[in-house]
Design a protein. Structure first.
Length: 345
């Protein structure tokens, strides 16, 4: 049994004792705990995916005796890079500054999993790493560069192209996109919270696993209506670039760390299963699921059609030229424009 205080920065927001949650500051409480009054379940959502091979190497290098999700997260006081929530034992004098991450010592092991990186990490005096709360199914790591955190994620050529093309396309049509850059055998993305100067609240915190477009819009209308235009643009972009992997862990809301106010949709990120990442998709049709789901939503809510950006062939070709990566240009153009033309506007 774990008894601890749940913190937002240095403000206690709840007490988890004897499996009962006592809310102390409702305004700053993590959104997940508004929906599910169970701190252990919340901590489990913050744990590194135990199915990742490098996750097991990390835990071994750190000599973790208990490797379950909750024990793993407690090892780093529940802290993450993208929000200022954390936990401490009841009556502990720890401060947020004590648990906030300041090094990326285990990044090579988390990303590459080589034996040298494993042995190097195993002989380290460091015991705290943001990798234990770096969620997701792909091998990845956080790297600290000039005071900024960057997410590095393993990616082959086509995955890199798909991420970068989607980023450039979204940026070109005025969307709020997380910054992406090409790496060596990986793709890298800048932490859009700027070291938890704002909190990222993933959609699973308020939606669970429910990613139904209509239900998400209804919840956003309740929580943060200002996020709706960007949400419509996000699922439009997903439909255009054939991204089937938009789920409630890879989009969410930005939240003020001082007031708890929900500000906007988070910058759009995670496109590595889009476009040509799994091969070149066949020519799109009206029966395409993502296109159908998007059109169904805008048929019911015609007022959302005003948020749909314009895309043309010249723009698509210019982005491909800018990226200067070897792809079947004509097929990519036909794919994107063909899908765009099936969107009802």
């Amino acid at each position: 049994m774990h008894d601890y205080m749940i913190m937002s920065g240095d403000i206690a927001v709840a007490r988890w004792e004897n499996n009962e949650l006592t809310i102390l500051n409702d305004t700053l409480l993590p959104l997940f705990l508004h929906r599910v009054h169970n701190a252990d379940m919340w901590l489990e959502t913050r744990a590194i995916d135990s199915h990742r091979a490098n996750s097991r190497l990390l835990k071994k290098a750190l000599r973790l005796k208990e490797k379950d999700d909750i024990s793993t997260v407690i090892h780093v006081n529940g802290a993450t890079i993208t929000d200022n929530y954390w936990i401490k034992p009841i009556d502990s004098t720890l401060t947020y500054n004590d648990v906030k991450f300041d090094n990326d010592y285990f990044s090579r092991l988390a990303l590459k999993g080589t034996y040298d990186s494993f042995n190097h990490a195993a002989n380290s005096k460091h015991t705290k790493t943001p990798e234990l709360t770096n969620i997701g199914s792909f091998e990845k790591c956080w790297r600290l560069i000039d005071g900024k955190w960057w997410m590095y994620k393993i990616a082959n050529h086509n995955e890199q192209f798909s991420e970068l093309f989607t980023y450039e396309l979204g940026k070109s049509i005025g969307m709020n996109m997380a910054i992406y850059k090409r790496g060596n055998g990986c793709i890298k993305s800048l932490d859009f919270t700027n070291g938890a100067s704002v909190n990222f609240e993933p959609a699973f915190a308020f939606m669970g696993d429910n990613e139904d477009y209509e239900d998400v819009v209804k919840k956003l209308q309740e929580l943060c209506p200002l996020a709706i235009p960007d949400y419509i643009r996000m699922i439009f972009l997903d439909a255009v670039v054939a991204n089937p992997d938009r789920h409630t862990s890879n989009f969410g809301l930005m939240r003020d760390i001082k007031t708890g106010k929900l500000l906007s949709l988070a910058p759009i990120f995670d496109h590595n299963m889009a476009l040509i990442s799994r091969g070149y998709p066949s020519r799109p049709s009206k029966e395409d699921l993502l296109i159908t789901l998007f059109n169904d939503l805008t048929d019911k809510h015609s007022e959302y059609k005003k948020y749909i950006p314009e895309i043309n062939e010249i723009l698509v070709r210019n982005i491909i030229d800018k990226l200067n990566m070897r792809v079947r240009t004509q097929e990519v153009v036909h794919l994107v424009i063909g899908r765009y033309q099936l969107i009802k506007r």
